[in-house]
Design a protein. Structure first.
Lengths: 116, 113
């Protein structure tokens, strides 16, 4: 089956630093990738949609200059949290759809970010 | 704006009970609806996907129904087991290819042995 990986699985960083999270589709080409954020006891909230080779589309209220998304290839998307602050601490999950099965989203295992 | 609500927020049952989790959505114009399971600190496991033209889907002890016109879905779990303890998320897809899912806050289920 289709597998999506994320790296790292968890990261702790100091306030003001930048953190990069990778999302990879391991056995399929991901034409579209989605980035979600989940705060404790809350649901997943869509942050942005990214299509390979084009700029990401951000949801209302998500700062595109703070959360940089790059989808340079059909198997890799990255989310960079710039100048991270404690309120950015959250669980970040990516998902991907393939060109062959666009109805189905395959989710990564998530990345736990803690900003001190 | 589509909103997804799940009731109850938490549920505790003894092993062996049958139970129903509820999901409602405000905009009936959905493409499909999906139920997921999430264990603490983990990612999502897809349980059942119901297309907008379908009424229900079944997988093992799980049965999900969809009433699009009333904006409701239920997840029925038969003969619950301690291993079913997790958070169950309902999500609707806004449109066809390339559109994201809109999630409810989930129902946290605890099954005691």
């Amino acid at each position: 089956g289709a597998v999506v990986s994320q790296h790292p699985s968890w990261v702790i960083c100091k306030s003001g630093t930048s953190v990069k999270i990778e999302c990879r589709s391991l056995d399929f080409q991901a034409t579209t990738m989605f980035w979600y954020r989940q705060f404790p006891k809350q649901s997943l909230m869509l942050m942005a949609t990214s299509n390979e080779g084009s700029k990401a589309t951000y949801e209302q209220g998500v700062e595109k200059d703070k959360f940089l998304i790059n989808h340079a290839s059909l198997t890799l998307s990255t989310l960079t949290v710039t100048s991270a602050h404690p309120e950015d601490s959250s669980f970040y999950i990516c998902s991907a759809t393939s060109s062959r099965a666009q109805d189905t989203q395959y989710f990564g295992p998530g990345t736990r970010l803690t900003v001190l | 704006k589509q909103e997804v609500t799940q009731i109850p927020a938490a549920l505790s049952v003894p092993e062996g009970e049958n139970l129903v989790l509820n999901c409602s959505f405000t905009d009936s114009a959905i493409y499909n609806l999906q139920w997921f399971r999430q264990d603490p600190g983990k990612g999502l496991t897809s349980l059942l996907l119901i297309q907008s033209s379908q009424r229900e889907q079944t997988s093992g002890r799980l049965n999900a129904s969809l009433d699009k016109s009333s904006g409701r879905s239920t997840l029925y779990i038969a003969a619950s087991q301690p291993g079913d303890s997790a958070t169950y998320l309902c999500a609707v897809k806004r449109g066809q290819a390339g559109t994201a899912l809109i999630f409810g806050k989930g129902t946290t289920l605890s099954v005691s042995s």
